[in-house]
Design a protein around this ligand. Structure first.
Ligand code: IMP
Length: 496
């Protein structure tokens, strides 16, 4: 007979935190959000600790090199999506590892044969008003000039006008040579009153832009997540099919941590993948596994060698797994059970396995709840997809700016490995995710600052200044649907 669980599967919106005693030294600027990413033994610390408890989802529409750079600078980490060729993925990893603060690889590039119309379209698509003009229209081509909004007047110029007729040509540009320091670049920017300084190599190949507006930002990233060589830390998604080729290539490219990406991780394929990685590379290659939603799944992957475990099936904003397959569990219920299993495992073995709550965070307060329920860090897709740094198009829909956001299980991503069921994987014909828009929200840095501020403030209300203390001391209560109404503005006419 089937086993029935005597529970209601619950999610974050059904819970609230009860304030604890806030002592006078419990103030937001004393709160630390440092948290372990990978397993460690009692009395030791994790080899990788995040400075904010967030990682960006292993998705085409969320985590490319650009997102990874922005998030690592702000203390979190991206897992670059694996649903692309090994070459493309390792190239993204290399770009993050080779990133030098303030030196930006241009993402808006055209040739001199393009037109003003192309410039305007590209500006709309990327949001960048400084466009590099190179011989091949790529970031690494020979630099021929730049176009900024000062070079054209949309009202006066024909849209067919060729870029070469109005760009600022190379001969009129102030440029710097590769090898220059950020400080020196900034001095040139100030001396010549520039907005951007192109950096080129000895053959005039374009390498980077240094922007005036960035300098202050770059001086000021106290939470930056970097390795012992001061290179940014980055993760990569892998699958249970081509891992024998993909993992060595990612390790060689410098990926700091890997994560098996699957909607249902409680499988022999994940075990085999973990065992292969640990036998070939030992403990020096860190790899997370999942997703699971109960103790059994957790223990299975831990025993196979996982360095952290991802929790969640069916809770993602773009996810329709529960509707199509009827599998899943309320995110809060899943998390509470797995966190309990993790604590028990720690007590018995002295090995702490961090857990990641993946998907379903719809409000900032859900983040604190997830941490209080035992998550060490959170994986989010929708949250990050809204920012300038996500890889998707920004569009105007119904008078509002939006960004595109699609699931890995949608026809658009075609990441069927994520839904690998062995011999049927190639034949999988149904979608488990949708293609959608999310409201555009601005820069990662600005949004993260607000979110982190809210989390710290809630933690202080709970009388805690660290995530470990929050887990220990939080008092959590279930809410009725009536009390949820009470929680919003009610019985008043809210002014528009
Ligand atoms: P979100 O933060 O609620 O948007 O959820 C993001 C999470 O949804 C990801 O980290 C994945 O675990 C999951 N996910 C990504 N793509 C799909 C999909 O197509 N179907 C189901 N789940 C998905």
């Amino acid at each position: 007979m089937a086993q029935y669980l005597n529970e209601t599967s619950r999610t974050f919106s059904e819970y609230l935190l009860i304030p604890g005693l806030t002592t006078k030294d419990c103030v937001p600027n004393k709160v630390s959000l440092k948290t372990p990413l990978t397993k460690f033994n009692k009395g030791e610390v994790s080899d990788i600790e995040l400075n904010v408890p967030f990682v960006s989802a292993i998705m085409q529409s969320v985590s490319d090199d650009n997102m990874a750079i922005a998030l690592a600078k702000n203390g979190g980490l991206s897992f670059i999506f694996g649903s692309q060729s090994i070459e493309e993925q390792t190239e993204m990893i290399r770009k993050v590892k080779n990133h030098k603060s303030g030196f930006v690889i241009s993402t808006a590039n055209l040739t001199e044969e393009h037109t003003l119309k192309d410039v305007i379209l590209l500006k709309g698509k990327t949001g960048h008003s400084t466009i590099a003009i190179t011989d091949n229209g790529k970031a690494e081509g020979k630099l021929l000039g730049i176009v900024t909004s000062r070079d054209y007047r949309v009202t006066n110029d024909s849209l067919d006008k060729k870029v070469k007729e109005f760009m600022t040509p190379f001969s009129n540009l102030v440029t710097a040579e590769l090898g220059i320091s950020l400080k020196e670049a900034n001095d040139i920017i100030w001396e010549h009153k520039l907005n951007s300084l192109p950096v080129i190599d000895e053959n005039n190949n374009f390498k980077f832009f240094v922007f005036r507006k960035d300098y202050d930002n770059h001086k000021d990233n106290p939470l930056e997540l970097s390795d012992y060589q001061k290179k940014l830390i980055v993760g990569a998604g892998i699958n249970t099919r081509d891992y024998k080729e993909r993992v060595p290539a990612l390790v060689e490219a410098g990926a700091d941590v890997l994560c098996i990406d699957s909607s249902d991780g409680f499988s022999e394929w994940q075990k085999e993948t973990l065992e292969y990685i640990k036998s070939k590379f030992g403990e020096k290659v860190k790899v997370g596994a999942g997703n699971v939603v109960d103790k059994e799944g957790f223990l299975y992957l831990v025993e196979a060698g996982a360095d952290f475990i991802k929790v969640g099936v069916g809770g993602g904003s773009i996810c329709i797994t529960r509707e199509t397959k009827g599998i899943g569990r309320g995110q809060a219920t899943a998390l509470i059970e797995v966190a309990d299993a993790r604590d028990e495992y720690f007590k018995e073995t002295g090995v702490y396995i961090p857990i990641c709550s993946d998907g379903g965070i719809a409000q900032d307060y859900h983040m604190v709840l997830a941490l209080a329920m035992g998550a060490d860090f959170l994986m989010m897709g929708r949250y990050f997809a809204r920012f300038d740094e996500s890889p998707t198009r920004k569009l105007m829909v119904g008078g509002n700016y939006v960004k595109e956001y699609w699931g890995e299980g949608s026809n658009r991503a075609r990441n069927w490995q994520r839904y690998d069921m062995g011999d049927t994987a190639d034949g999988l014909k149904f979608e488990e995710g949708v293609d959608s828009y999310v409201p555009y929200a601005g820069t990662l840095k600005d949004n993260l600052a607000v979110t982190v501020g809210k989390i710290k403030s809630t933690m202080c209300s709970c009388g805690t200044i660290s995530i470990a203390l929050l887990k220990e001391k939080a008092k959590i209560t279930l809410v009725s649907s009536v009390s949820i109404v009470e929680g919003g503005a009610h019985d008043v006419i809210v002014k528009e």
